[in-house]
Design a protein around this ligand. Structure first.
Ligand code: ATP
Ligand code: MG
Length: 275
């Protein structure tokens, strides 16, 4: 059975897609897990980064066709060994219309359509990452209903925890009203402004509210991480044949995040009795 993660925050540009694509890269290339990224965002940012990562010029499969035809298996694009994606483009803005046509007013069926479509893939992958837009919408509803765990991005330079707080409150609403099974696996502090410093007050406020859910690892601003948007994710080699130290540094933080989230997951499995 695959474990499915959604990376969330109801705030734009906080580093959600960066976290999804980097965790998927480390999970597949370093931890050798069979990994799938499902791009649930019509902006297609994850799709574009992963296409560059796999040197893919043209993607001829996409999630919109999968939602229309009721089959995501035929829409898988291979990126690297152990790393696949189901890509999105702007055509996916039609999701609300697709759901309305298929399910009319059946909210539960409409919200659990992604979950249903992922069922045949459960034995094909070890882990599935869902990238979503920063809105309360059909996209995030479907992702939250399909996921086992949510990983929350906390921007340490914003004035408040609002985007993360709203996300957690909405998770509770889904649990109460639609019986979702989502738990917060971890809250990852991210700092996106170049030259900025980690705002310890915000991290402390988050720790007061959410305790050990807040990771010790902090994702700092790194030019190299920004460059992966245009170049694709990679580890380069220098003229002396050594691995590029800036790449290694960029990757290390996400390997640390994966390891920390892994210890949280072990604790959840014990509570859930699934270990
Ligand atoms: N640690 C980092 N260091 C440098 N740049 C980063 C880092 N994390 C993210 N970025 C850059 O910040 C921008 C926003 O990040 P990203 O696209 O991951 O945010 P998002 O939350 O997915 O945005 P949206 O809400 O639009 O989907 C991107 O240009 C990305 O390359
Ligand atoms: Mg994004």
């Amino acid at each position: 059975m695959a474990t499915t993660y959604v990376v969330g925050n109801f705030k734009g540009g906080v580093g959600k897609t960066k976290l999804v694509t980097m965790l998927a890269y480390e999970s597949s290339q370093v931890k050798h897990k069979r990994t799938l990224v499902v791009d649930m965002d019509p902006q297609g940012n994850a799709t574009s980064v992963l296409a560059k990562t796999g040197n893919i010029d043209k993607i001829d499969r996409n999630i919109t066709d999968g939602f229309i035809n009721g089959d995501l298996q035929k829409q898988i694009t291979s990126v690297l060994p152990n790393l696949d994606m189901i890509g999105a483009n702007t055509a996916f803005r039609s999701l609300p219309r697709i759901l309305m046509k298929k399910f009319q007013d059946d909210d539960l069926k409409s919200m659990t359509y992604l979950k249903t479509l992922l069922e045949p893939l459960q034995n094909v992958y070890d882990v599935i990452y869902l990238d979503v837009p920063p809105t309360i919408s059909d996209y995030s509803d479907n992702a939250m209903m399909a996921a086992d765990y949510c990983i929350i991005v906390l921007q340490t330079q914003s004035l408040s925890l609002d985007g993360a707080k709203t996300y957690i409150a909405y998770m509770q609403y889904l649990a109460d009203n639609f019986d979702s099974r989502l738990d917060v696996l971890g809250i990852v502090p991210c700092m996106l402004r170049p030259g900025g410093r980690v705002d310890e007050t915000i991290v402390q406020q988050a720790r007061d509210l959410y305790g050990n859910n807040v990771l010790n690892t902090v994702i700092r601003y790194q030019e190299r991480l920004k460059a992966y948007d245009a170049e694709g994710i990679h580890v380069g080699t220098t003229t002396t044949g050594l691995k590029d130290s800036w790449d290694l540094r960029a990757h290390k933080v996400f390997i640390d995040v994966l390891d920390e989230l892994g210890t949280h997951e072990d604790a959840f499995k014990e509570i859930r009795g699934t270990n």
